[in-house]
Write a protein that binds this ligand. Structure first.
Ligand code: NAI
Length: 212
């Protein structure tokens, strides 16, 4: 379906399309034109057509897009039908919040294990998963082959832990630490999340003229 390598900026818009189309579907929409979709999403119709054209023909000239079909195709592009096994490292404040609030199944993942170093946390349950000692990670990876990991540990532990996970076969990181994993592992897939950066953008937009 895809016409080659898709730019990261297009990929970054896809989850929003996916979420938005889900809301339209729930609201009873069957078809929508690129113009109407653009108006609702605050984008331009040509931007939307360009984005969808990266993946092949989605709509039909004059008929618009079938909402359910389009959402399902975007879901396939995002790989959401897969359930890649994922581990969470660090069951502190942030780790527990992520485990409780993220719907992994809807995002193409399955949370299969949670690890920490703190004896007071090890053995406790987070949701329906029992926190294990990080010392068990080798054995766990051999048995469960997680493809991805969420890092919610202090920055000073991140290098050692990410090196270990990569040596155990983990290929992708949802990285909340401020450690740059790709500096020493340029081939791994990393999605860095910095809530503080997002807040800084809000500050900029509050104090300057900013695109809506
Ligand atoms: P926390 O102190 O509540 O939790 C950290 C947990 O990691 C603790 O349970 C600790 O025992 C565990 N841990 C430490 N070393 C470990 C190791 N080697 N292996 C396994 N577990 C280990 O801290 P919090 O608030 O949950 O923050 C976690 C990390 O996320 C910090 O690096 C913090 O700076 C970062 N953070 C990032 C945000 C972002 O937007 N990127 C937002 C909030 C926090």
């Amino acid at each position: 379906m895809s016409k080659g390598i898709i730019s990261k900026s297009v990929i970054r818009r896809l989850p929003r399309y996916y979420r938005f189309l889900g809301e339209l579907e729930e609201g009873g929409y069957v078809r929508i034109s690129s113009r109407e979709l653009a108006e609702k999403m605050g984008l331009t119709a040509s931007q939307i057509r360009q984005d969808f054209n990266c993946f092949g023909e989605f709509g039909q000239q004059g008929y618009g897009y079938n909402v359910r079909e389009l959402r399902s195709q975007i879901g396939n592009i995002l790989g959401l039908e897969k359930k890649n096994p994922m581990v969470l490292i660090g069951a502190g404040n942030l780790g527990r919040a992520i485990a409780a609030h993220i719907n992994f199944a809807d995002r193409g993942f399955e949370l299969v294990g949670i690890f920490d170093v703190n004896e007071e946390i090890i053995g406790k349950n987070v949701g329906n998963i029992t926190v294990q000692s990080i010392d068990e990670i080798d054995k766990f990876c051999t048995e469960n082959k997680p493809a991805a990991a969420i890092l919610c540990i202090p920055k000073n532990s991140a290098e050692k832990v990410s090196d270990k996970l990569i040596s155990c076969g983990v290929r992708a990181f949802w990285n909340f630490t401020h450690y740059d994993i790709r500096f020493s592992h340029p081939d791994v897939i990393v999605e860095n999340v910095h809530l503080g950066d997002s807040l800084t953008i809000l500050s900029y937009c509050l104090n300057s003229v900013c695109e809506k």
